[in-house]
Design a protein around this ligand. Structure first.
Ligand SMILES: Cc1cc2nc3c(=O)[nH]c(=O)nc-3n(C[C@H](O)[C@H](O)[C@H](O)COP(=O)(O)O)c2cc1C
Length: 326
């Protein structure tokens, strides 16, 4: 390997390590990175499937999309373009993307600087809603990936809350679902994955409450002083519903989230609405059949100036292979 290629691989490995901080369904981190010649390959990790929550693998693919976008944001921050082949033709089905170092470009830290500050903030948000400029920036972030971000009108929020409640109630009746949530929200401290009950708040003045991770256990996050009155609800909508659409939705989700973090806003996703087919259909109807809802978000100004603690991650050596690793 030439010196030049080794430096390129190092840059790509650093970007894959930065992508450890990407959000993922139940913090399952369902990906791994492997070097293949001059590329790093992003692969689905089949051992991290969630058969109850995500039988089709949609949220797993979206999580990989978020990791891919985080890696590309890290490369842009270091002053490199990434040359990406998404779902490469003829590759094994677990191969999500191949990334090669592109040309040097002026460093753009607008997204990479937000990677370590981004959190899932499930607490009630503040009184004052995000500004119109904020919302335009978020729509533009989704649009960069061919995905629409539909912000719900105030008169749609009650119907949306009903759909989320319907999805939550339906899921609680499905043993495979509750098994996944219980398993991934009560992990050994050393596992480096899963949702900690310390990141989930018990109650608050929510119009649309976050997912019930606790399932009769005790959540540990202080909800803070937010009223949740300024919270807006948004849905990422794709044109189709295949793996490429889910991957694009994941990249859009990451872009929207890093963009809102950079603007001082906070968010938490609501994916129950796409996990339950009847809820997804009701949401499509609410949105006027404009496309396929990929995920919903609650977005607001933080109700509390102290961010929630960072959630755990696996060690880089568990996720990113060295050159020569199978
Ligand atoms: C595809 C996807 C779906 C998610 N769905 C939910 C959800 O329904 N409710 C929720 O509170 N968090 C949801 N999350 C957030 C994850 O739980 C969170 O990213 C993970 O626990 C890591 O925490 P962090 O985002 O603070 O780093 C989702 C994340 C992804 C990528």
């Amino acid at each position: 390997m030439t010196q030049h290629t080794r430096a390129e691989i190092d840059q790509l490995m650093e970007a894959s390590l930065a992508a450890l901080r990407a959000p993922s369904i139940l913090n399952s981190q369902p990906w791994r990175w492997r070097t293949r010649g001059p590329d790093v390959e992003l692969q689905l990790d089949p051992d991290r499937r969630l058969p109850g929550v995500d039988p089709a693998g949609r949220l797993m693919m979206m999580s990989c999309g978020a990791a891919l976008h985080h890696a590309l944001a890290a490369l842009a921050g270091a002053g490199y373009a990434g040359d990406v082949d998404r779902l490469p033709a003829g590759a094994r089905p677990d191969v999500v993307a191949r990334v090669r170092l592109g040309p040097a470009v002026p460093p753009d830290r607008s997204a990479s600087a937000a990677i370590n500050r981004r959190r899932t903030d499930r607490r009630p948000f503040a009184d004052v809603p995000p500004s119109d400029r904020d919302l335009s920036a978020l729509r533009a972030a989704a649009h960069r990936h061919g995905v629409a971000l539909q912000i719900l009108r105030a008169d749609q929020v009650d119907a949306f809350a009903d759909i989320v409640a319907l999805a939550g109630a339906a899921e609680r009746e499905v043993p495979a679902y509750t098994r996944d949530v219980a398993e991934w929200s009560d992990r050994a401290r050393t596992s480096g994955d899963g949702v900690s009950l310390a990141d989930v708040s018990a109650s608050g003045p929510y119009r649309v409450p976050p997912r019930d991770f606790a399932l009769d256990r005790r959540p540990g996050l202080d909800p803070g002083g937010g009223t949740d009155r300024g919270t807006v609800y948004a849905v990422l909508v794709t044109r189709g519903e295949d793996r490429a659409d889910w991957l694009a939705a994941g990249e859009a989700m990451s872009d929207v989230w890093l963009t809102l973090t950079a603007r001082g806003l906070a968010a938490s996703p609501i994916s129950e609405v796409v996990e339950v087919p009847q809820a997804a259909a009701a949401l499509r109807r609410l949105l006027g059949w404009t496309g396929h809802p990929a995920i919903a978000f609650r977005i607001g100004r933080p109700g509390d100036p102290t961010p929630p603690p960072p959630s755990t991650r696996r060690a880089g050596t568990d996720v990113v292979g060295l050159p020569g690793d199978p």
